[in-house]
Design a binder for this molecule. Structure first.
Ligand code: IMP
Ligand code: MG
Length: 175
C-alpha cells in the first residue's frame, strides 16, 4: 500500500470543496445526496463544513458485469428524499469513467430537480468516457486503483483515513 494523499491533504481537499459549494450556492437550502457506499466518509465530513439549510440523502448505483461487457447501471433511489423542485448536490468518492454520475444526474433530471451539481473527492486522469465533468473535483489522480476514505477494494479498506494506491501485494490480504 502506498499513500497517495495523506490525511492532512484529504482534509484540505474537503475544506476546498466546502468553500466552493458555499461560494456557488450561498445560503439557499441544499439537498446533498451521497452516492453509496463510497461517499459515506466524505458526506459526513463535508456536511459539517456547510452552513446553509441542508437535507441529506443517499442514492446508490450498481452495475451488473456479465462476461467482459460493462453491465447496465441500475439506480436505486428508494432511500432518497423527494427532490422535485430542489437544488441538489450529488457527492461521490471518485469520477472514473463517469458512467455512475452521468446516470444519476439523468435520473435526478427526470425527477424534476431544480438544479443539479456534482462534486467528487477524486477524478482519475484520462479515463472518462462521458460528456459530463463534475462541477468540483478536489484531486486529480493518475489511473491507479485507490482505496481509503470511503473507497474500497472488495468492501475492505473504506476506513483508512487517507487515500492509498493498492499494490499487487495487498490484493491477497483484503477481507
Ligand atoms: P465510474 O462510473 O466509472 O465513474 O465509476 C465510479 C465508481 O467506481 C466509484 O463510485 C467507485 O465506487 C468505483 N471506482 C472507480 N475507481 C475506483 C478506484 O480506484 N478504487 C475504488 N473504487 C473505484
Ligand atoms: Mg462508488
Amino acid at each position: 500500500m502506498r499513500v497517495l494523499i495523506d490525511e492532512e491533504q484529504v482534509g484540505q481537499g474537503v475544506r476546498r470543496m466546502a468553500q466552493f459549494i458555499t461560494a456557488q450556492h450561498g445560503d439557499r437550502p441544499l439537498t446533498v445526496l451521497g452516492v453509496m457506499t463510497g461517499s459515506v466518509v466524505l458526506l459526513a465530513d463535508l456536511i459539517l463544513l456547510l452552513e446553509m439549510p441542508l437535507r441529506v440523502g443517499v442514492i446508490q448505483a450498481s452495475s451488473y458485469r456479465g462476461g467482459t461487457q460493462r453491465g447496465e447501471l441500475t439506480i436505486h433511489d428508494e432511500l432518497m428524499p423527494t427532490i422535485t423542485g430542489c437544488d441538489v448536490l450529488v457527492l461521490d468518492d471518485i469520477f472514473d469513467t463517469g458512467h455512475t454520475l452521468a446516470a444519476i444526474v439523468r435520473r435526478l433530471e427526470m425527477l424534476g430537480a431544480a438544479s443539479i451539481r456534482t462534486a467528487v473527492l477524486l477524478r482519475k486522469e484520462g479515463t472518462q468516457v462521458v460528456a459530463m465533468e463534475p462541477d468540483f473535483a478536489a484531486f486529480d489522480i493518475p489511473d491507479e486503483f485507490v482505496v481509503g476514505y470511503g473507497l474500497d477494494y472488495q468492501d475492505a479498506y473504506r476506513n483508512l483515513p487517507y487515500i492509498a494506491v493498492l499494490e499487487s501485494d495487498d490484493l491477497h490480504h483484503a477481507k
